[in-house]
Design a protein around this ligand. Sequence first.
Ligand code: PBG
Length: 327
Amino acid sequence: MNVRMRINRWTSGRREMLNGHALTSGLVQGHFVVDGQGIDEPIPSLPGIHRQSVDVLRQRIAEDVNMGVLGHMLFPVHPQEAKDPDGRLGLNSDGPMLRALKVLREDHGEAVVLMADVCMCTVTDHGHCGHVAGGAILNDETVATLAQMAVLAAQAGADYVGASDMMDGRVGAIRTALEDAGHHSTGVLSYAVKYASAFYGPFRDAAGSSPQSGDRRSHQMDPRASVNEAVMEAQLDEAEGADLLMVKPALAYLDVVAAVRTATRRPVAVYNVSGEYAMVHAQHPDADERKAVVEEIMHAFQRAGASVIVTYHAREIFERGWLGVQA
Ligand code: PBG
């Protein structure tokens, strides 16, 4: 089996994220990175979350780390006119996400856990998660590109590459590519169970990654599918060498989280997605009222079996001292 058990123990940050006493050790904040300088652009559909150039993000994450936020997940955002059908931007080693990973690794060493999104939807002009031919999303050609993107993220200093595309066989191909390139300690966070969900709307606004036509139903899971299919997806990725297995979205799929928890042996992550976050903010624009709802949701993730929680709420939890954090 293509598995290195040491990956999840390699740094103090990873050990703390996976085994820390507090629920809050497992929180991962999502960030959107753009080219340029001094850019700090609020995303209207994601209150409190901004698109930031590397210099601004660097400052922001320094403050986050100071408050105790350990996990950081980065997504690149590119202008539509720079994209092409084959997502060549994804292979540019000078892209904003890769530059951000480098400086963050320099700034914080093992004290952060950096996760890099690896998907083609942010770099293709058609907005699909892979190479397209004759209206179909090609699987194996896409996997080959994803493996190259993963190596670049590893070179830049990612702890985990986040395979968020749902192509068949990409975890194994990414693991092999990382090994061939000498990145034996870089892990794969597999979006093992990712649904073609209606809860991703604000993210697609933020990242400019909506499919220009069609949808993602030929690769992401059908929300009506049985838990068996989810368990099989997770087990396949475990066998291919995934270090973390993620279920996404989170709130509407806690039954799936619990099933994956018992059916596999890798740590389980949930992605508390943009639409879930936006709903909470719409219901409770006032932070004091939001607190109890956010805390209840985080406990629900933990109870279902998640040890890693990717959530846009992470920063606020630390900032305001929720969930027992010493503010
Ligand atoms: C795809 C990706 C998506 C999200 C994270 N990675 C969107 C999609 O599949 O269309 C959504 C996350 C969110 O809604 O917060 N690379």
